[in-house]
Each structure stands twice: as C-alpha cells, then as structure tokens.
Design a protein around this ligand. Structure first.
Ligand SMILES: Cc1cc2nc3c(=O)[nH]c(=O)nc-3n(C[C@H](O)[C@H](O)[C@H](O)COP(=O)(O)O)c2cc1C
Length: 435
C-alpha cells in the first residue's frame, strides 16, 4: 500500500467524467479518505451511467456536485474551487480534455475546473479512453496544450482496454495514480528552495519630485512569485515603488531607483542564502548624472546633486545620463551561496530568430545567467503573453502565459544542475517506496 506523501489534511477536489474507468477511480477516493484527506466529488452527467451517485456520496462522505443550477447550490462552483488544495480530474474523458483545452464551461465539472485554475492549486488530469480516441490528433493536441499551461497530465497505460482492443489510453491503476500525484507534490516541496524575485520598474531621480521611469507593472514577477510560493518555494520579493505585489509572499521589500535596487540585491545576497534569483525587474539602463540649465536659477548646474530640490519650470535644460552597470553578472559574486542560479529576462522588439539568439547569448556570456526567459513585445497582448525559457545548452521550452512559465521555472529550479529532475521523478520515488 502506498505511503501517504501529502502532508497534513488536504482538500482534494475530485472531478469525474464518463468513462468505463469511473469504477476504478472510486478506489482513489477511498484511499485518500482513509489517509485522512477530505474529498469532494463533482461529476459530469454521464458519470451516472458508470457509477451511481450514492456510491460517490458514500465514499466521499459529501454530496456530489453535478448540477451547476441545482437550487441552493448556485455558488458551489466558486466555493469548491476556493476550498480545494488540489484538483484531480479522474477519469478524464476525451470530451473533458477537449473542454479543458478549449475553455468550454457547460456543466458542473468544466465550470469548476476553470474557477479552480485561477486559484493556483495544483491541477492533475488522469486520462482514460479507447486507444483510437487517445491517438486522435485533437486529443494529442489538447494534452500538449494543457501541459503547456502548467497542468500535470498523467500518462496512460498500454494494455487491454474494456472495448476489447489493446493499446495506450487505459487509465493508470489507482495506486499508481496516487503515487505519481503525491510524488509530484512531495517532490515540489522537498526540493523547492529559496528564491529572490525582482519585479517592476526603477525610478531615476531628476530632482526631489521628478524621475525617469518605465511602463513596467511588475505583474510577471508577482504572478511568478505567487506561483512559486504555491509550489513550496520560500520566496522573497523585491519590487518597484508601484509594482504589483504578490499575495502569497510575506517577505516583501520595495525599491525606488537603480541604486536602491542594487543595494537591496547586494545586501540580501550577501547576508541571506538564496538558491536562485529571478531577475524580472525593468531596470533603467541610465541614471541622471547631472543637469545643465540655460537659466542657472532654474536648474542645478552640471555636477550639482541630482534628486534634490525642485527644478523651476519654463526654461530648457539638459539631462546628462550615465549608463548603469549591469546587475546580472554581479549577482553570483555577491551571493553567499556560490551555487546561486540566475534567471535573466530578455525582452526583444519584433526581433527575428538571429536577433533573438544574439540578445539571449549576451545574457549567457560570462556565465551571468543559467536560464534566460525571452519574450518579444510583438507577442505580448492583453490576452496572451508568450515566453520561451532557454537554458545554457540552448534547449527551449515555450509557455503561453506567466503561470505556465512559473511551472517551467519551478521545475527547472527544483532541479540541481547535477541531479536531473525528469518527469519520471515521481515514478522513481514510487519505485523506491515499493522496494
Ligand atoms: C461503455 C462506455 C465506455 C466509455 N468509456 C469512455 C472512456 O473511457 N473515455 C472516454 O473518453 N469516453 C468514454 N466513453 C464515451 C463518453 O462517455 C462520452 O464521450 C461522453 O459524452 C463523455 O461525456 P463527459 O465528458 O461529459 O463525461 C464511453 C462510453 C461508453 C458507452
């Protein structure tokens, strides 16, 4: 019998769809209940063709949510989504995979899934279907799509199917599903480390009331910080004066100018031990070094202190900008932990492949970065923010949004450079437990 790897008492939202594997999936509900976790079941209409509501209610000890519009249950889809610590769709039919991958929310299960997605709880899909349905191109694409969004889609087993055919598509056995899911969760927690994330823009003072800034909102860093905290990382956030702050992080510090950020980074890295820095801040390339005014009374003369007083209006002046030193190549040198892993960001503007490669390579040069997140202004819109995560060996992984990027980063940072963390890690843990 599998050892319980999910720490404490957890709330498991169990979503079922119409498959011959429904009966087998009930074993998982019993196992988690016996291990002391709370399980709430939501089911599609066709589930009742395979396993009765009384069985699901008896096993979970709670009413089954299968009707979004049932009297008195109108808010269940939001409340259950809030309640869940993890969400497991098991069995997931071809139809349910398609709904998840295309944003269709036309029943209790698919509506609940979308409501749960934004809560940040880990999401697992356990497919079960006939081998031809599993091989169908749309199903293949749907599976890839869900994985790209950071959703854990478990593999299927090859073997004899209920329909008399043989091949892939068969749902994994309950013990195996449990070992994989718990292994993934435990793995997330045991190897997640301490991460420092910077986000948002700097403000370069001109006088005491004016500054040079940029349009960065800090949203990417905030979403990454929350997602990594949810994955068990101990996160510290350094954010710009008006940057969006993460909600799940307690260790928060704000900076104003380049100099403040540089000092905060240096102090943190020298005095605390971090496993990684994700440097997503939009740092000004220049600081104001001096100001020349046509009217000596209106503007401080060149060389006078910047950032003080208030420059008078109405007359021309010249700002002298001096380039700021790059922070990325200095981080490892400041770090108490010499094995610090550094993640840099590179934003290009409608760059072609060669241009992107050149820009990214500059960040890897001199071992400044272990990983680079590339994004291009042309691919950022209100509904989509595409990224590519690139490692020093040149391998690339695409993410369609910040949450999916967080999953890629969490997986990459939970790995030490020498210890591979492949998708088979939970399997290896399960094997280790069985021997
Ligand atoms: C006996 C039987 C077994 C089925 N098993 C599966 C299955 O394992 N996987 C699957 O995707 N569909 C299976 N189906 C078809 C689905 O139940 C059907 O596509 C249904 O519309 C799915 O709806 P749902 O996703 O809302 O539950 C099966 C149908 C029957 C009659």
């Amino acid at each position: 019998m599998a050892t319980d790897l999910i720490p404490g008492h957890r709330n498991i939202l169990f979503l079922m769809s119409g498959s011959i594997a429904c009966a087998k999936a009930t074993g998982l509900i019993s196992a988690w209940r016996k291990a002391g976790h709370a399980v709430r079941v939501a089911a599609t209409a066709s589930v009742s063709e395979f396993v009765g509501r009384a069985t699901l209610e008896g096993l979970s000890g709670e009413p089954v949510f299968d009707d979004t519009f049932a009297p008195g249950r109108a808010m269940d889809h939001i409340e259950l989504a809030r309640w869940a610590d993890l969400v497991v769709a098991c069995p997931a039919s071809a139809n349910l995979l398609a709904k998840f991958a295309h944003g269709i929310a036309d029943d209790a299960v698919s509506t609940l899934w979308q409501a749960a997605w934004s809560r940040g709880a880990p999401l697992f899909v356990v497919p079960a279907m006939n081998t031809h349905m599993w091989d169908y191109p749309a199903t293949r694409e749907n599976v890839e799509r869900l994985k790209r969004w950071g959703i854990h889609v478990l593999p299927t087993a090859a073997g004899d199917l209920a329909c008399g055919e043989t091949g892939a598509g068969r749902m994994l056995e309950p013990d195996d599903i449990r070992a994989r899911i718990e292994g993934l969760l435990a793995h997330d927690r045991t190897v997640a480390g301490r991460v420092l994330i910077t986000g948002g823009g700097t403000r370069e003072p001109i006088d005491a009331v004016r500054y040079i800034g940029n349009h960065s909102t800090g949203r990417t860093a905030a979403v990454l910080a929350d997602a990594l905290a949810d994955r068990g990382f101990d996160v510290t956030w350094l954010g710009g004066a008006v940057a969006q702050a993460p909600e799940a992080v307690e260790d928060l510090e704000r900076y104003e100018s380049f100099t403040d950020l540089e000092a905060a980074l240096r102090r943190r890295l020298e005095t605390e031990s971090f496993d990684a820095v994700i440097h997503a801040a939009a740092v000004s390339d220049f600081s104001v070094a001096g100001i020349d005014g046509n009217d000596p009374g209106a503007a401080p003369s060149h060389g006078s202190p910047v950032g003080a007083g208030k420059i008078g209006s109405g007359s021309a002046m010249t700002l002298h900008l001096a380039p700021n030193p790059k922070l990325l190549p200095q981080l490892r040198g400041w770090s108490r932990n010499p094995a610090l892993r550094v993640v840099g960001f590179k934003l290009t503007v409608a760059a072609d492949e060669a241009g992107v490669n050149r820009a990214v390579q500059r960040l890897f040069a001199g071992d400044a970065c272990d990983l680079v997140v590339h994004n291009d202004l042309a691919e950022i819109g209100p509904a989509r923010h595409a990224y590519t995560l690139i490692d020093a060996g040149g391998s690339r992984q695409a993410a369609d949004d910040t949450r999916a990027l967080a999953t890629l980063l969490a997986d990459a940072l939970a790995t030490t450079p020498v210890g591979p963390r492949a998708d088979d890690a939970p399997l290896r843990q399960a094997e280790a437990r069985e021997t």
